[in-house]
Design a protein around this ligand. Structure first.
Ligand code: COA
Length: 259
């Protein structure tokens, strides 16, 4: 267990679980949460024993957005520092070498949805609710949602969410591609842990390279992105995991990946 004040970080069975832990304010994100989260992510990215990271929230929310009490007192200069801190947090999350699963157990609003969008996979409970309500506060999303939502579900749905600020239920989030899967509330963590366990069994070098190719390819044109795939595919042929994976298949046994 960790010594953070706004989150908990547990490592078990090659999986790290980061839980936002300010349930009294529905896990609203303030400067301390962002700073502690960045510290936690840095410890995870350098930990060879962690193969998958899961994010969730304590209580009835995943994260109900940026902390409005803290934001209310900021001037424009402080808002820039806050937004840049948030972007550092989101970029570190998106670029984490390990796969990241968001276990969305309740409200994922504003900054909460931005955190989920920077994860690789989003699994939601049936009672989860989503939204980008910033215009109701007279601002716009400031931690990446204008871009990451648009890249995930298109500009039309993104504009609808931001222009109306309306809350979206889990079934609608699934139908628009905002989340990968919706499960009954009581099955959320089992589903996510099972998916994490499956990822832990794969060749870790391959998995990390797959994440990099998919993420980086999105910023390239198709020709360049396909070239990146070829180069990465080729590089993996020189790894012990590739030799072991294919050998194990041919010998009809489970692979023993060493990474
Ligand atoms: N920042 C600061 N405090 C927040 C918060 C946020 N983003 N979201 C919730 N809280 C606090 C509430 O002020 C309340 O505190 P209190 O008990 O001292 O009054 C507590 O969390 C519980 O929230 P409450 O509003 O009473 O719960 P609810 O079930 O009636 O409504 C929400 C839940 C999520 C719909 C509502 O809290 C909300 O709209 N939150 C803000 C969402 C938002 O705009 N996020 C984007 C910010 S950019």
């Amino acid at each position: 267990m960790s010594s953070y004040t706004t989150l908990t970080l547990e490592k078990k069975d090659q999986t790290a679980l980061l839980t936002f832990n300010r349930p009294e304010v529905l896990n609203a994100l303030n400067t301390t949460v962002a700073t502690e989260s960045l510290d936690a992510l840095q410890s995870i990215q350098n930990d060879p024993d962690v193969r998958v990271l899961i994010l969730t929230g304590a209580g009835r929310a995943f994260v109900a957005g940026a902390d409005i009490t803290e934001m209310q007192a900021k001037n424009a200069e402080q808002a820039r520092i806050y937004s840049e801190l948030g972007h550092r947090f989101m970029n570190t999350l998106q670029d984490l070498p390990q796969p990241v699963i968001a276990a969305i157990n309740g409200f994922a609003l504003g900054g909460g949805l931005e955190v989920a969008l920077a994860c690789d996979i989003r699994i939601a409970s049936e009672s989860a609710q989503f939204g980008l309500p910033e215009t109701i506060l007279g601002i716009i999303p400031g931690w990446g949602a204008t871009q990451r939502t648009a890249r995930l579900v298109g500009t039309a749905k993104t504009k609808e969410m931001i222009f109306t600020g309306r809350r979206i239920k889990a079934a609608e989030a699934l139908s628009m591609g905002l989340v990968n899967q919706v499960v009954p509330n009581e099955e959320l963590m089992d589903t996510v842990n099972e998916m994490a366990a499956t990822m832990c069994r794969q060749g870790q070098t391959a998995l990390r390279h797959a994440k990099t190719v998919i993420n980086n390819g999105m910023d390239l044109n198709l020709d360049e992105a396909l070239r990146l795939e070829i180069d990465t595919f080729v590089d993996l042929f020189d790894t012990d995991d590739r030799r072991e994976g294919m050998q194990a298949f041919l010998e009809k046994r489970k692979p023993n990946f060493t990474g």
